[in-house]
Structure formats: structure tokens, C-alpha cells
Write a protein that binds this ligand. Structure first.
Ligand SMILES: Cc1cc2nc3c(=O)[nH]c(=O)nc-3n(C[C@H](O)[C@H](O)[C@H](O)COP(=O)(O)OP(=O)(O)OC[C@H]3O[C@@H](n4cnc5c(N)ncnc54)[C@H](O)[C@@H]3O)c2cc1C
Length: 459
């Protein structure tokens, strides 16, 4: 590999191997996921050379963006090469007339949107990890975010990809040389690689659809004394014909966490707080915000709304900080990412929230819950003492029961974060015979099983 790539692109000191053995999942803090070597790619040619080497020598190769994934997807489950794509971070071309942008996989999501905002455009998927995660990682995980109810998933904006297959060959999906915004030509390989979690090939270039940036945003905040009323309010807003750009929920533990973290925000004490975001032109936003406030008033009198940017930002801040705030509910303890991404039918969100509270009680483990209620995607955040072996073990049961709850309610174990290592055990149950078809596709493209082995498919 030295001869092939040069020493400067390789990392193999113990500290490097250790650094690359984690992502944001709790799982990677509990085992040893060190690779044998890291390749820091500087070009698509480096990626192709690395994959060809892996193919020739039958060595595992694991693509990696920023390592913000929460499933162990970007770590080496079976040793081999971790391929760091973060230096491939150039925005190659903005084709504003055709509403698309071409970029390398290591571009950080927030950087892309800062670049687009200057041209009054935006790339709508909006993960909470925006300041860290890469667009390559987002496509590989089919990431979503708070605005998925209105704008959909990353996959909805991927028009085409350059992918280096496990054989080392490069293909372009979405029609070579096309600048069309849609296509019905051939099998949809773009969709196949989106969400494939680095198991079918390495993405080295993305053609992404962008949209005009909404001129204005408004926010409605409502506090509920009865958890179930929050679910009813969401359905009532949809039935009133309003489609907010986001609806977020904080349960009582999340409200407490935010108030401990930033007392100035002074979120109302309640069983649940909902935040409805509206976007569009200013008069339309004001109209919709008032309409949401009227509808929600049927369920609670505690409703506020704003459409001035500073007021909107102030109301939104509670939601923005909740991830970081979760650990505050127990001094000295840590929020861990386990069982953190279930998605249930929206009408069953209140049941899911109650269910999570029951699991929290059963295992005497604090679980702070918040998430994208509009699409039923809930983030449960167990808070544990990392020094306690008993608590580290118990959190595994908590995550397991939360996943079981999601399946029982007719949902899925992952709404946006993916499967990786942490949710393989549920794949047979979730997909039935369709899992064998997934396995056929994987084996057809990667018969040696070198591309991110050990992920998604149960052992
Ligand atoms: C605080 C926080 C908030 C988050 N909020 C959200 C959220 O709101 N919505 C959401 O969807 N996710 C969220 N996530 C999860 C995570 O940020 C996303 O899944 C993100 O898209 C991962 O990007 P990454 O660059 O870090 O990818 P990595 O973690 O490096 O990799 C993720 C997966 O993609 C594969 N991969 C990476 N790059 C490539 C490539 N170029 N080609 C092929 N495969 C590749 C890896 O092998 C791995 O399987 C959050 C994470 C954190 C820590």
C-alpha cells in the first residue's frame, strides 16, 4: 500500500487505529473495532486504487465520512482498511440554472448549505449533525432530519452518483452526463446505492438537487399537560390542511434537560412541548402559524407563535440544544446513543412515548426522549454512569426493548440512522424474505464480501 499510495496517505500508529475505531454509537465504546490501516484519500483515484488493492488481496474496506453515524457503520468490524473520505471536500460545480450542485463526498452538510444560501438555494435534508456530517455519509445512510415530513430524505435529492464498485471499477448512476432533474431510464441504481451504508461501493461524487431557499420561517410552541393531546394536536394540524416544515416533540424529561442546561430558555413545565415550524413567503408563514395556533388551542391554552427571525431562533433553541442537554438530567452521567432512532406510525407516537417511559422505569435508567413527531421518528436518549458495569449492561436491554416496542407498534428500528452493527439482529424480523433479496444484491456486487463486512446482515 505504501508503494501504491505513498506513506503520507496511510495511518497505522496505535493512536490512529484507536481514533478510527469509534463512531458516535455506544456500541463502539464497548468493543475493539480497530482497523489494520487507514487510508486518507486525496482523490477518487486513491479510492479506486485502495478498493482495487482490497479486491486483489481479499481485505475488508470500510468507507468513512465524519464518523458521526450512531450504528458502528463506519468502523472496521473485521479489521482491514478504513477509507477516510473527509479530505474529498470540494464543491465541484453549482449548476444553479438546473437546480443542482456537484460535489465530492467529504463536503460537510453545513458548508454546502452556507455556500448555497449565498445564492438563495438550499439542500433540504437537515440532520442534527449538520456541522460535522458529510454528504457522502448522508447519502450512504439516507439521512433525514427535522424537515423530512415536508422535504423527504437525502435520497430524494440525489440525482446521480459516481461509485467505485468492490471490483475497483467506477460507474456513474443517474445517466452519464445528464443534468435532468428526473429520469425513468433503466433500473434506479442511484436508489440502490443510497442507504447502502458503504456495503455496495464507495461514493466519490454526488449530483444533488437543490431548491430555492424559503424567504421566511415561523414557529409555534405549545405545551401540553396530557401527553396524548400532543399527538392529537399534530393530527388536527394535518387535518386542517397545513403542512409544517417540521414538528418536534420534547417529552417531560427532555424539557427538564433543556431547562437545566439553559435555564434562560425557561421552557414551560409540561408532559410534552411541541414546536411547529412553518416556512415559505412571509404572509403565508404568518397565516399558517396563526392557523396552527388556532387548531392547537383546542388541546391546550399554552400556545405562543413568532415569525420574526430573532424570536423564532429563541423558541427553536430549546430543540437545538436538547441532544447536548440530555446528559444534564443526572450529574456526572453520560447520554449514550443506543435504541436512539425508532420510527412508529405518527398516530402511535404517544403510545411509543409512554412505552419508552415504562422501559425507563423497568430498568431504572433515565431516558430523555425527543424527536420528529411529524414523521413518528423518536430519539430516545439513555443517560448512564459510564463507570458502572451494571448500567452499561442494562442499557443494552433498554435499547432492545425500545426496538421491540417500535416493531410491536408497527414501526421500524431505525427511522434515519441506519442499521450498521447495532440493529442487525432485527433485520430478519423487519424484512422477512426481502432480506434474502438484499443479500443476493450484495453478493452479486461484492462476491468476496470485502465492502464493509459484518454490517446490516445478521451473522
Ligand atoms: C449529534 C448527532 C445528531 C444527528 N442527527 C441526525 C439526524 O437528525 N438525522 C440523521 O439522519 N442522522 C443524524 N445523525 C447521524 C449521522 O450524523 C448521519 O447518519 C450522517 O449522515 C452520517 O454522516 P458521516 O459523514 O458522519 O458518515 P459516517 O458515520 O462516517 O458513515 C456512515 C455510513 O456511511 C458509510 N459511508 C460514509 N461515506 C461514504 C461514502 N462516501 N461512500 C460509501 N459509504 C460511505 C459508512 O461506511 C457508514 O456505513 C446524527 C449524529 C449525531 C452525532
Amino acid at each position: 500500500m505504501r508503494r501504491l499510495l505513498g506513506e503520507e496517505k496511510l495511518r497505522h500508529r496505535e493512536l490512529d487505529l484507536l481514533s478510527y475505531s469509534y463512531d458516535s454509537s455506544f456500541l463502539t465504546q464497548t468493543g475493539d473495532f480497530r482497523p489494520d490501516v487507514i487510508v486518507v484519500a486525496r482523490s477518487a483515484a486513491d479510492v479506486a486504487a485502495t478498493v482495487r488493492y482490497a479486491h486483489e488481496h481479499d481485505v475488508p474496506v470500510v468507507p468513512r465520512g465524519a464518523g458521526t453515524g450512531q450504528t458502528g457503520g463506519a468502523v472496521a468490524a473485521r479489521g482491514g482498511i478504513v477509507l477516510d473520505l473527509s479530505p474529498l471536500n470540494r464543491i465541484l460545480e453549482l449548476d444553479a440554472d438546473n437546480l443542482q450542485v456537484i460535489c465530492e463526498p467529504g463536503v460537510v452538510h453545513a458548508d454546502l448549505n452556507a455556500f448555497l444560501a449565498k445564492r438563495r438555494l438550499f439542500f433540504p435534508p437537515d440532520p442534527g449533525s449538520t456541522k460535522m456530517c458529510t454528504v457522502g455519509g448522508m447519502a450512504a445512510n439516507n439521512s433525514r432530519g427535522m424537515r423530512a415530513i415536508k422535504y423527504g430524505s437525502t435520497g430524494d435529492y440525489v440525482l446521480g452518483l459516481d461509485v467505485i464498485l468492490p471490483s475497483g471499477e467506477t460507474i456513474t448512476t443517474g445517466s452519464v452526463g445528464s443534468r435532468a432533474l428526473q429520469s425513468s431510464s433503466g433500473l434506479d441504481l442511484t436508489r440502490l446505492f443510497v442507504g447502502s451504508e458503504g456495503m455496495l461501493g464507495v461514493i466519490t461524487r454526488l449530483r444533488l438537487k437543490v431548491l430555492p431557499l424559503p424567504a421566511s420561517r415561523g414557529l409555534v410552541l405549545a405545551a401540553f399537560d396530557v401527553l396524548e393531546d400532543s399527538g392529537k394536536a399534530v393530527l388536527a394540524v394535518f387535518q386542517a390542511g397545513v403542512l409544517p416544515s417540521a414538528i418536534e416533540i420534547l417529552d417531560s424529561s427532555a424539557i427538564k434537560a433543556v431547562n437545566l442546561y439553559k435555564p434562560g430558555l425557561d421552557l414551560p413545565a409540561a408532559e410534552a412541548v411541541l414546536l411547529f415550524e412553518l416556512d415559505g413567503n412571509k404572509p403565508g408563514v404568518a397565516h399558517d402559524a396563526q392557523r396552527v395556533a388556532e387548531v392547537v388551542c383546542q388541546f391546550t391554552p399554552r400556545v405562543r407563535w413568532a415569525d420574526e427571525p430573532k424570536q423564532v431562533a429563541a423558541l427553536w433553541e430549546g430543540r437545538s440544544v436538547v441532544g447536548a442537554a440530555s446528559g444534564q438530567v443526572r450529574p456526572g452521567a453520560t447520554r449514550v446513543y443506543a435504541g436512539e432512532d425508532i420510527c412508529v406510525p405518527i398516530a402511535r407516537v404517544p403510545e411509543a412515548l409512554r412505552g419508552i417511559q415504562d422501559i425507563s422505569g423497568k430498568y431504572e435508567t433515565i431516558v430523555v426522549t425527543y424527536g420528529h413527531i411529524a414523521s413518528g421518528n423518536l430519539h430516545a436518549a439513555p443517560v448512564i454512569d459510564m463507570a458502572s458495569a451494571g448500567e452499561r449492561e442494562r442499557v443494552g436491554y433498554v435499547a432492545e426493548e425500545i426496538h421491540e416496542l417500535a416493531l410491536r407498534l408497527g414501526g421500524t428500528v431505525t427511522g434515519e440512522h441506519g442499521v450498521g452493527l447495532t440493529r442487525r439482529a432485527y433485520m430478519t424480523r423487519e424484512h422477512g424474505p426481502a432480506l434474502a433479496t438484499m443479500s443476493l444484491l450484495k453478493n452479486a456486487l461484492d462476491p468476496q464480501g470485502i465492502m464493509n463486512p459484518g454490517k446490516t446482515f445478521p451473522e
